[in-house]
Write a new protein. Structure first.
Length: 575
């Protein structure tokens, strides 16, 4: 987890943002459920109790699930039904999801339940917030037999709330009940509808996607940076990034990437004019703004989908207490997120794909404009960065397989009751993996471009690219002799994952999403909660509801000349 962020995230009438999700997931920002949400949840669960008293047949309250939706449950088994649900559905396999992902899932679950459409008691949601705030992270398995509307990871999370399952707390993996006790929390006994409310919806795929989208946006900024340094290493023609050209095709992402590369290379003595060395460059250099920009535009769309989803009610059935209705619908279906996640996979894959082609141009003596073959001045005896390009090519090839859309697949289950499913969590996991590969590929490009800059002479770099070169050389020295590069790749990729290049370089901020402003759930809910919103500004949470719930070290470089630069590198302006 990053350095702790103590500014609270308030769950109320205001929209939750993607940045807040990342803060809670990765910086430990605390969560506060505000008064208006408490009141709405209480009204919703009161209506559920009324339905039970009237012995109405309602899906998930007094019936079974899936193919058993027509099976009516006896009055005395209503509570047992909810516990059986989360136990029977906790069938995930594989390694646990990362801590930041589980924390994001918890926040999104709190947000969805706090909207007040699920019939769950406020104390259950506040227990979930307590887990998040006290650092109890349920152990949620990352894979299941299939991925659809209720990812199995959510079941494992729900188990901890009742004192079962497993959770991580203060570095230890513990039984769920013990983790709660050590954190000073008490498990709950689930009442009608609450087990279903805790596991229904799209929160797992959306949590994975939200963090992956945030990473991919930083990846796009870094791709502009590494491309700029590569352009200097290859003496590219600067006119390809001129604003006059990009103004005639005003895709927002393209213009932004072109502007970033211009900023990075402003003042460069290594870029060239048309005809100085060549008239125009290969696509991987000349078309970088168009390719990077298309991914940027895709990420804007994806962010908009995610921001809508994290502020939506995705339970089933939904409780409309004011209207006196319970509606079984399909808001749980993950298709909107699944399609966005497949798009995210493509956007990230293309950033890595074009970067690998730039790596090839840096190391290939037929393409690298007079640089030493494979960026070593002792070719033959030394292999230089020859195999580094193999690694990048391998990652990009794997991305091609991972980028095959998951959302086109569907395997019916539950006696064909659930006969079309989104596979959205598979799509999200694949997209996150491609984004991770993207950082590895850019790390390799940065190392190759820095090596090329050493041969050209770093004094010719622009201030922007010199910043990038210096940050690289602070972590990895020039490679004068062959050495094990895996440690270099790791150090640079870890730095790339941690840095906000746009903030470091003072670039304008990225718009967070394109979803319309306004409260989720429609105008009626917004108007109904206006007074609560004014009360919340005075601070504090609501009064308690009507009663408590039942109870490796860095690799060392070796070899001759591993940290030395090429002879008189800074005095050689290059060909």
């Amino acid at each position: 987890m990053k350095r702790r962020d103590n500014a609270p995230i308030r769950i109320g009438d205001q929209r939750l943002t993607l940045a807040e999700v990342e803060r809670a997931a990765r910086s430990g920002a605390p969560v506060v459920v505000e008064k208006g949400c408490i009141s709405r949840m209480q009204a919703s669960c009161d209506y559920v109790r009324k339905l039970l008293e009237e012995r109405q047949v309602v899906y998930g309250l007094t019936t079974g699930f899936g193919k058993f939706s027509d099976t009516v449950i006896a009055d005395g088994d209503v509570l047992r039904l909810q516990l059986n649900l989360i136990r029977s559905h906790a069938c995930g396999v594989g390694s646990p999801l990362p801590e930041d992902t589980v924390r994001a899932v918890m926040l999104l679950r709190i947000r969805a339940l706090a909207l007040g459409w699920s019939g769950i008691r406020p104390c259950v949601v506040e227990l979930l917030a307590g887990l998040l705030n006290r650092g109890v992270t349920p152990s949620c398995r990352s894979r299941a037999p299939r991925r659809q509307r209720r990812p199995r990871a959510a079941r494992h999370l729900a188990l901890v709330l009742v004192g079962e399952g497993e959770a991580f707390f203060e570095g230890a993996r513990l039984p769920g009940g013990e983790a709660l006790a050590r954190a000073g929390l008490q498990p709950v006994i689930l009442e009608a509808k609450e087990g279903l409310a805790l596991i229904n919806g799209t929160q797992v795929m959306t949590a994975i996607g939200t963090l992956a989208c945030a990473d991919a946006r930083r990846l796009a900024d870094l791709a502009d940076c590494t491309a700029a340094l590569t352009c200097e290493g290859l003496r590219a023609v600067r006119d390809a990034f001129d604003g006059l050209t990009h103004g005639l095709r005003p895709h927002r992402g393209q213009r932004r990437s072109a502007e970033n590369i211009r900023r990075m290379t402003e003042g460069s003595r290594l870029l060239t004019g048309p005809g100085e060395l060549r008239v125009q460059d290969a696509y991987s250099l000349r078309c970088a703004p168009q390719v990077h920009g298309a991914s940027r535009d895709g990420l804007d769309y994806i962010a908009g989908v995610l921001e809508t989803e994290i502020n939506s009610a995705t339970d089933n059935p939904l409780i409309f207490a004011e209207e006196g209705r319970v509606i079984s619908g399909g808001n749980f279906h993950g298709q909107p997120v699944a399609l966005a996640m497949d798009h995210l996979a493509l956007c990230a894959a293309e950033l890595a794909s074009i970067a690998e082609r730039r790596i090839e141009r840096l190391v290939n003596p037929q393409l690298n404009e007079g640089l030493p073959p494979f960026l070593t001045h002792r070719g033959g005896l030394q292999s230089g960065f020859m195999i580094a390009q193999y690694t990048a090519a391998s990652l990009v090839s794997e991305n091609k397989s991972l980028a095959h859309p998951a959302s086109v697949d569907s395997i019916p289950s539950s006696g064909n009751q659930e006969d079309h499913v989104s596979m959205g969590t598979i799509a999200a996991r694949k997209a996150a993996r491609i984004v991770s590969h993207g950082f590895e590929v850019l790390a390799i490009e940065l190392l190759c471009a820095a090596q090329a800059a050493d041969y050209r002479g770093p004094s010719g770099l622009a201030p922007g690219t010199r910043w990038l070169y210096d940050r690289c050389r602070e972590r990895v020295p020039f490679m004068g002799e062959d050495r094990v590069l895996s440690g270099d790749f790791r150090r640079i990729s870890e730095w790339l994952r941690s840095v906000d290049a746009a903030a470091e370089l003072g670039w304008p901020g990225e718009a967070e999403g394109t979803a319309e402003a306004g409260g989720p759930g429609g105008g009626r809910r917004k108007a109904a909660s206006a007074d609560a919103g004014e009360e919340e500004q005075d601070g504090g949470r609501s009064e308690e509801p009507d009663g408590p719930c039942p109870a490796g070290d860095a690799a060392q470089h070796q070899g001759l000349g591993a940290g030395s630069g090429p002879p008189d590198a800074d005095e050689q302006p290059g060909p």
